[in-house]
Design a binder for this molecule. Structure first.
Ligand SMILES: [Zn+2]
Length: 421
């Protein structure tokens, strides 16, 4: 029986391979290629089916025999891996349009999903071919269907890594400020303690979560300041259960103590990290936890509160600059993720520009948004321009390793070998 299966399987496999070889190829000819790590002048990329077949100088590419090849000339452009947004909320829209509380409490889920389909298309057209979407913020499991609609080709959008509802400690999250006599719907799932947390993590996984998001702290202190939420034991339970299913845990953590607990519990990425200290960043480095700094969200919120760019920076912003620099000095792995949704979808490049403004080189920022994000999010099939990986590719006019804002001048987006624009 096993032998028959093997034989059949082998035949099928060979049939697939010969079918692949007959597939037409596309040759992309930009001025240069940023492969996720470094820049190569004069490189070209051959795509076959949904994958990258070969990369390098034209003279080094294998010769094709009897296979039609479409050539796409992309003069003056840099070709890069499709960008990976590390922190999005496709089911949110900017808070200066509608405050977060009202999006959660007053907007129909059908409205939110309708909007999200537009957000997905804008994201893809901006060159972000993958998003790690970190919580539906009250829209239940609607990211599951959104991801399916994209994967089934019903709507255009990026590949999605989803967190579904995310986990919060009871009483810690929002919306807040209502009569204690009524139960107000919350922006994530409340669960506490050993058994209930195990059940909640498993339920979210069963419903479709690719990653578990947890709020390690939130603004629930006496003065409405951010304070830790879950105990370290609770966080460890969440990580243990998620990990045994092969999934990582990502922690919203902006206080030093929330960060410390998240790191020691084994969370893979920490989001925000605003009040990190040199000691905390050294601990992150030691444990290999990555920081997703969400600079653009802080910048957007400061402006929604009345700060005008060009006038002296509010305390929060100058503090963020300082802690981000400390993270860089400590050698912490930096992901690229802006918390987009707080600001406009499609404007994801804002985070990359701010990472440069706050002290990174453009090349390091591009590495974060491609190879590093892919490595940290366990996406081995993308994030680099390399033979065998998915042909998720973009071309931008100019050289973003010299001027990061050229990343906005998108001339081509290809997802899985299909040209989007
Ligand atoms: Zn977020």
């Amino acid at each position: 029986m096993t032998a028959v299966y093997r034989l059949l399987h082998g035949t099928l496999f060979m049939a697939c391979c010969s079918l692949l070889q007959a597939q037409p190829t596309t040759l992309l000819r930009p001025a240069r290629v940023f492969d996720g790590e470094q820049l190569h002048e004069g490189w070209v990329v051959r795509v076959r089916g949904e994958r990258i077949e070969a990369v390098g100088l034209p003279t080094t590419l294998p010769k094709l025999t009897n296979v039609p090849e479409t050539v796409i000339d992309l003069p003056n452009t840099t070709l890069l891996p499709g960008l990976i947004e590390g922190h999005s909320h496709l089911l949110l829209h900017p808070y200066n349009e509608t405050p977060w509380d009202d999006q959660v409490l007053r907007e129909a889920r059908s409205l939110r999903v309708a909007r999200a389909t537009v957000h997905a298309e804008k994201t893809l057209r901006a060159g972000f071919t993958t998003v790690r979407d970190l919580g539906t913020e009250g829209a239940d499991y609607d990211d599951v269907g959104l991801k399916q609609a994209i994967n089934q080709g019903i709507i255009p959008g990026p590949r999605m890594v989803i967190a579904t509802r995310a986990l919060i400690a009871t009483g810690s999250y929002a919306p807040k400020g209502f009569s204690p006599d009524i139960d107000v719907p919350q922006g994530a799932e409340e669960a506490d303690g050993h058994d209930r947390l195990i059940m909640a993590v498993r339920r979210q996984i069963g419903k479709g979560a690719d990653v578990i998001k947890v709020y390690a702290d939130y603004r629930w202190g006496l003065m409405a300041e951010a304070r830790p939420t879950f105990t370290i034991e609770e966080l460890k339970t969440i990580v243990e259960v998620a990990k045994s299913s092969g999934r990582g845990v990502v922690a919203h953590a902006s206080t030093a103590e929330g960060m410390r607990r998240a790191i020691l519990a084994g969370c893979e990425t920490l989001e925000h990290g605003d009040a990190g200290t040199p000691d905390i960043f050294a601990l992150m480095k030691q444990h290999g936890a990555a920081l997703c700094p969400t600079l653009a969200a802080g910048d957007a919120i400061a402006q929604y509160r009345g700060w005008k760019k060009g006038t002296p920076e509010p305390e929060r912003i100058s503090q963020k600059r300082q802690t981000f620099r400390q993270a860089l000095q400590a050698g912490v792995i930096i992901c690229a993720g802006g918390d987009v949704g707080v600001f406009s979808h499609g404007d994801n490049a804002r985070e990359l520009e701010m990472m440069v403004d706050y002290g990174m080189t453009p090349t390091d920022v591009l590495r974060s948004a491609t190879a590093t994000n892919a490595d940290v999010f366990h996406l081995a099939d993308r994030g680099r321009v390399k033979a065998g990986l998915l042909a998720d590719l973009i071309a931008v006019e100019g050289d973003p390793t010299k001027q990061i804002n050229t990343i906005r001048h998108v001339k081509l987006v290809m997802k899985g070998g299909q040209r989007v624009n």
